[in-house]
Ligand binder design. Structure first.
Ligand code: F3S
Length: 111
């Protein structure tokens, strides 16, 4: 088991989640974070921190976002660690309510 950062994170990247992770499992892309499934200990602390409800235990991940299991695993190996909160992206408020944001996913590493 692990937790997954799903599509609502894209272009928001609020980063409240990274600050509470006790094992530093978050990795930073240009416009979203992912969780390293090899490090996550399923503590759930990050789930309630996310203002856009982007994080799910893998067994509760809505089917429409199943592809993010692979996206988290793949980019966790490529993106740098993030363990501190920082300013959300300037697009955070605007994109919080937008559905179907996959087209905006940026594979480049953050910050
Ligand atoms: Fe993204 Fe939510 Fe964390 S928007 S960076 S999963 S607090």
């Amino acid at each position: 088991m692990t937790h997954i950062v799903a599509e609502p994170c894209i272009k928001c990247k609020n980063t409240d989640c990274a600050e509470v992770c006790p094992v530093n499992a978050f990795r930073e892309g240009k416009n979203m974070l992912v969780i390293d499934p090899k490090i996550c200990i399923d503590c759930r602390l990050c789930v309630d921190e996310c203002p856009v409800k982007a994080i799910y235990p893998d067994e509760e991940l809505p089917e429409e976002w199943w592809e993010y299991v692979e996206i988290n695993a793949r980019y966790a190996k490529l993106w740098p660690e993030i363990s501190q909160k920082k300013e959300p992206l300037p697009t955070s408020e605007q994109f919080a309510a937008i559905k179907n944001k996959k087209e905006y996913f940026d594979p480049e590493p953050g910050p």
